[in-house]
Design a protein around this ligand. Sequence first.
Ligand code: ARG
Length: 395
Amino acid sequence: MNKKVVLAYSGGLDTSVCVKWLADRGYEVIAFMANVGQGDPSAAAVRRAKVAGAAKVIVKDLREEFLRDYVWPALAADAVYEGKYLLATALSRPLIARHMVDMAHAEKASAVAHGCTGKGNDQVRFEVTARILDPGLKIIAPVRIWEFRSREQEIDYARRHRIPIDVSKRSSYSIDQNLWGTSIESGVLENPWIEPPADTFRSIRSPQHALAKPAYVVIGFSRGVPVSVNGKALGAVALVQRLNALGAQHAIGRADILESRVVGIKSREVYEAPGGTILFEAHQDLERAVLDRQVLAYKRGVAAKYAELIYEGLWFTPLKAALDAFIRQTQRRVSGRVRLKLYKGTCQVVGRQSPHSLYRERLATYSAKDQFDQRSAEGFIKLFGLAYEGAKKGT
Ligand code: ARG
């Protein structure tokens, strides 16, 4: 086996040290930077990988693919983990892993590597995906096995090898960011009683600093996919960027959660997903208008399962594909517009419209326009309750 490895490289301390550590062990390192909207992979990061000993640095803009093939299906599914997490980090992992495997094939590398620790979910997602796609590739996780016991030791090592690390820029949190949201953890957040400090607001304003006046926004959907903002058709990336900016001004999309990790640990996480929250609220509301109650209720169960599959890194699995077929069928009706009001941290749907809406004013109204036959209710209720007549006795 050759000693060529494709490393998922972020430009941060851990993965920069990974480059050097792998190179020291005789590996030819291809550093792969996926642009999923975390802010432009900077020239400095590319240079850092080279200085650390990467044979090659490959940067790929995966933003469009991320939204189209990963985020939109999750939105269609209404996937949210443990009631709060819109899965931004989790959704990016199968995408990145898939590209790593493809790159390993193209470059004739025998291994893939990542900079995740042994305590988190991301290692599971990267490795399970890589194994699903090519069980023959070797997987290397330097952080799980290397000799450094603290960040200070890593920084020392980086300094000794003249890897340019800007320690002053380091935040007191571990942060992962992409177009769909920001994940913030560790530091003082490890005490679950402490309110997240002001400096944990990364991509949005806090409600105190939000704009003083509410904003209204109209989202257009076509078959479950968001396609316009305020009547203007937008591509996926521009649409999410637009809503992120708008949501950020109004402090939309924060979550503070004690979360159940795959490896069994409960951890405290803070999330921000301004655009994601607006789209999630809008999409769910439109579904309430166009889907009948059987499909709606069944779909809630599917949503929870789908979220669990995403969270656990089981994206490329048969169950996920089967659920996609169900979800796709339901989304054929999910076209229309939803109007929302954003104000100081709240995101409320205030209107909806659809050619497929099941709402009939002539049936719902209490005005003179009423066409509902109230007399037919009597027989319906008798039969509906028949099985339970007298059933309270003996319980
Ligand atoms: N707990 C979240 C998840 O498992 C976020 C992980 C964030 N990663 C990070 N490097 N901060 O999806």
